[in-house]
Design a protein around this ligand. Structure first.
Ligand SMILES: Nc1ncnc2c1ncn2[C@@H]1O[C@H](COP(=O)(O)OP(=O)(O)O)[C@@H](O)[C@H]1O
Ligand SMILES: [Mg+2]
Length: 300
């Protein structure tokens, strides 16, 4: 058994022990409650290269630093790079779960800085073309994720490809990252429009990245909010912002997340403030949870 697998098994055993110690309800109720308590947050963008993966990885580390159990799922098709930003290497990816002899433990990577993640695969875009049996297999093997994660962060690709849209629509919460550039804004609005037309949940908030001053975040939010209110009749809120920071680029080159290498950098401070906003600010109501998310992704 690999180190990762044994770590995970230990984690799950600990979890089971705590659950059985606290068991005042039936086992099935516990599983149900556990699932509903897992926040599934999809990180997406209209335009590519605006900072999704850096947000996902650094947010995951900041959350686990304050005791949250976080799982990152790399669902960026064709440009899966969570492991690159983390400075990690994964031998397996999510689609390997289709093999009979590959278990969830085999694809989970206990990466550096305490981040557990599942690597992306270029084949994930075929999600809707899987046979019922293949979808059932992925669904069943991924289901236990909510047992050991308080928060599941999903790093998607950019734009409105079918696969990205599925992940966005199925999530209880969406963080839509954009820069203040007009091109990024119009692409972000396209995502907002699709989300509000197709999702039964209305929990999408902005993260404005690469700003030079706070006014840029306010202006960006105001512009998207005004368009959204006029055309869709829904207001858009901002969950947080991240300053343009050379530390981000330097750390990407060194393959060490900036929140670890440069905890005092302004980008790191912004990530910590975003954590505060996510955990203590206006809370989204959780009604679906992980299993319902999987049901929607795999079409059950
Ligand atoms: N706040 C920031 N300050 C400076 N550069 C940034 C910032 N955010 C992102 N970048 C740059 O943008 C690049 C792309 O970021 P990444 O997270 O990979 O985007 P995406 O996942 O959306 O494609 C990074 O490698 C980095 O060079
Ligand atoms: Mg990315």
């Amino acid at each position: 058994m690999s180190d990762q697998a044994s770590n995970l098994r230990k984690l799950m055993e600990d979890r089971a022990e705590i659950q059985s110690e606290n068991a005042s309800e039936s086992v099935s109720n516990n599983i149900f409650d556990q699932d509903k308590n897992t926040r599934v947050i999809t990180i997406t963008s209209g335009k590519g290269g605006v900072g999704k993966t850096n947000l996902a990885v650094n947010l995951a580390i900041a959350l686990q630093m304050i005791g949250k159990r976080v799982l990152v799922i790399d669902a960026d098709i064709g440009m899966a790079n969570v492991d690159v930003v983390l400075g990690s290497v994964s031998k397996r990816n999510m689609l390997d779960l289709l093999e009979d002899d590959v278990s969830l433990e085999d694809v989970l990577v206990k990466g550096p800085h305490g981040v557990t993640y599942i690597s992306g695969s270029s084949g994930v875009e075929k999600a809707l073309n899987f046979t019922v049996e293949e979808r059932r297999r992925l669904h069943n093997k991924l289901s236990p994720c909510s047992d050991f994660a308080d928060i599941i962060l999903i790093d998607t690709g950019a734009g409105l490809g079918r696969n990205v849209v599925d992940f966005v629509i199925a999530a209880d919460e969406v963080l839509l990252i954009t820069t203040p550039e007009p091109t990024a804004l119009s692409d972000a609005f396209a995502v907002i429009k699709t989300y509000f037309l197709h999702s039964d949940k209305k929990s999408l908030r902005l993260v404005v990245n690469r700003i030079f001053d706070v006014n840029e975040a306010t202006d960006t939010t105001d512009k998207l909010n005004a368009t959204s209110k006029t055309l869709l009749n829904v207001p858009i809120e901002c969950a947080g912002y991240i300053f343009e920071d050379r530390a981000v680029t330097e750390c990407v080159k060194k393959q060490i997340p900036f929140i670890v290498a440069k905890p005092n950098a302004i980008a790191s401070k912004c990530i910590n403030q975003l954590v505060d906003s996510l955990l203590n600010g206006k809370q989204m109501t959780i009604t679906k949870g992980w299993l319902e998310f999987l049901n929607q992704i795999f079409d059950f």
